[in-house]
Design a protein around this ligand. Structure first.
Ligand code: DX5
Ligand code: ZN
Length: 222
């Protein structure tokens, strides 16, 4: 794996903004354009008001290249589906704190399977609710939009949560990455980075850019 320290800037293009008729080519385009990870948004039409794709699509991507698969489960029962996402070849599985499951148990099962474990917080969920789990995760995902759709505006008010997460990590000798997801582009990435985020999910601003490589390099340097 190319990068792993929480000080590394990692760009994760979100496949949700890709052309779904050409998923393999779009994945290759993201990798060749300099994407570090591929962010995969799984939506069940219940936890969020949208339906995307499931483990079969992730497995197809896994079989065609070795890019790090950053799987974001926006589903009500991540515990029920976990095994299928593990078997599909996920490198990291991020589950929501707000979903209906035993969060500690899901994180534990994920790590025991040799997969990285992430925990996601909706905009309405305070940082404090994540505290009991912070020594059990590889990444904290701070949503910067209400999840469900690409192309929404970055919520600047989430930066206080990112700052709190970074301060808590550093004060307690922890090492989780901090990922921001939603409305991340050349303008908002430096704001998120200044607050302490190091993993930038970017859908519309990369896949829909006229030049994806240029868009990723701008976000990386911003
Ligand atoms: C939103 C998803 C995001 C989405 C981001 O529910 O979790 O990953 O793809 O899209 P942009 O970057 O277009 O805001
Ligand atoms: Zn996402």
């Amino acid at each position: 794996m190319k990068k792993w320290h929480h000080s590394d800037r990692i760009i994760a293009p979100s496949l949700l903004a890709a052309d779904f008729g050409r998923i393999k080519e779009e994945t290759t385009r993201a990798i060749r354009s300099g994407g570090d990870w591929l962010h995969l948004d799984v939506m069940d039409g219940h936890f969020v008001d949208n339906i995307s794709f499931g483990p079969a699509v992730i497995q197809a991507i896994h079989e065609t290249n070795d890019v790090f698969l950053d799987v974001h489960l926006m589903i009500s029962r991540p515990d029920h589906y976990l095994q299928r996402f593990l078997e599909a070849g996920s490198d990291m599985i991020t589950v929501h704190l707000e979903a209906e499951h035993d969060v500690a148990e899901t994180l534990k099962r994920t790590r025991e399977a040799g997969c990285k474990a992430g925990l996601a917080l909706n905009p309405a969920t305070p940082f404090e609710h994540a505290r009991p789990f912070l020594d059990q995760i590889d990444m904290l995902l701070v949503m910067t939009v209400v999840p469900g759709f690409g192309g929404q505006s970055f919520m600047h008010e989430m930066m206080a949560k990112v700052e709190a997460a970074a301060a808590y990590r550093d004060e307690n000798g922890l090492s989780y990455h901090i990922e921001v997801d939603g409305g991340v582009d050349a303008t908002t990435a430096p704001i998120a980075a200044a607050a302490g985020a190091n993993v930038m999910v970017a859908g519309s601003s990369t896949f829909k850019a006229p030049d994806m490589a240029e868009a990723i390099s701008v976000i990386r340097g911003a």
